[in-house]
Design a protein around this ligand. Structure first.
Ligand SMILES: [Zn+2]
Ligand SMILES: [Zn+2]
Length: 329
């Protein structure tokens, strides 16, 4: 099979030919139909995240069709369409795993980071961490639901029930969260890189009541904000426009350093928190909710061989919605 692999952080992915992976006990082997490109992949490629098992095939928003099953697989059958997300395995025994917080398991292994992912024609995954894909989505449209959707939704729930929600960075996750927020009757304020009028127009099109630059003041205070962009300076900027008792959620896996800020912008019971990874429960909840809203995803399709070009477009902020890799058939 063809795969795009990272051999050394800081370098381009290289096309490699590998034998098709065999499913071990409890694993499914899927033919990759589509795989989303997530900002986390950029952090792996750039070396911001330093525990990859090299060489690694990135990609953790896999929509695949089960091509073979290993011993003991009982959740899926050959031919079924499944999604494979970022959380690829957790220990099941530690206090986090036992209290519904497997996203914090210190032994957890992640798809496209320690387990070969979906930038390939085939992949294997532990059946316990895979999910059926709602029927109404095409392969490419479903891919961004698996990380931008799931972790976006976890971040959204951590932001609380306030009516006025700010989103910093209007990429794949924000374009999904805005739809759920509007469905639940909230007002969304979108913040982009200064001067990114294309992203601001996209945010308005998706229903944001206001869109502007991250250094602008929104017309109203926010009850909560979610920071998707990996820029630490956005944290004090978001706190400054968040109302008393409000919450600022850092949704990314990596962020540049946060500059120091005066205590008064945190005071009055504002909360700052991060969100890490996902649990299987998040996936079940979100994949049930998404078709109800219904969440629609905007995707830009690239051939698998163009993975480096897709990553470059994400890095440069040139995408509208999410990039998705599709192997050439
Ligand atoms: Zn554990
Ligand atoms: Zn991701």
């Amino acid at each position: 099979m063809l795969a795009m692999a990272l051999e050394k952080p800081g370098s381009r992915l290289v096309g490699v030919h590998r034998p098709r992976p065999e499913p071990g006990p409890g694993q499914v082997m899927v033919e990759v139909l589509a795989c989303g490109v997530c900002r986390t992949d950029l952090h792996v490629v750039d070396g911001d995240l330093n525990e990859p098992e090299l060489p690694i095939i990135p990609g953790h928003e896999i929509v695949g069709r089960v091509a073979a099953v290993g011993q003991g697989v009982d959740r899926f059958e050959t031919g079924q369409r499944v999604g494979v997300p970022w959380l690829g395995w957790s220990c099941g025994k530690c206090s986090y795993c036992q209290s519904g917080r497997e996203n914090l398991c210190s032994k957890a292994r992640y798809t496209g980071y320690q387990i070969d992912g979906g930038y390939a024609e085939f992949a294997v995954a532990d059946q316990r961490y895979c999910f059926p894909i709602p029927e109404q989505y095409s392969d490419a449209e479903a891919a961004p639901l698996l990380c931008a959707g799931l972790i976006g939704h976890r971040s959204y729930r951590m932001a609380g029930d306030g009516e006025r929600l700010g989103l910093y960075g209007f990429g794949a996750a924000a374009h999904i969260v805005v739809q759920v927020a509007i469905y639940e009757g909230r007002k969304v304020f979108a913040f982009t890189r200064p001067g990114d009028s294309a992203a601001q127009a996209f945010a308005r099109e998706m229903g944001a009541v206001w869109a502007g630059s991250s250094d602008e003041l929104p017309p109203e205070e926010l009850d909560a904000a979610i920071i998707f962009a990996p820029v630490g300076a956005l944290l004090p900027a978001a706190l400054k426009v968040t109302a008393r008792g409000g919450t600022v959620v850092c949704a990314g896996i990596h962020m540049s350093d946060i500059p120091s800020f005066p205590y008064r912008i945190l005071w009055e019971e504002r909360t700052v928190r991060s969100v890490a990874n996902l649990t299987r429960r998040d996936a079940e909840e979100f994949l049930t909710l998404a078709p109800r809203v219904p969440v629609r995803t905007h995707v830009q399709i690239y051939d698998l061989k163009q993975a480096n070009e897709a990553l470059a477009a994400l890095r440069q902020g040139r995408l509208r919605g999410a990039a998705v890799l599709v192997p050439d058939k």
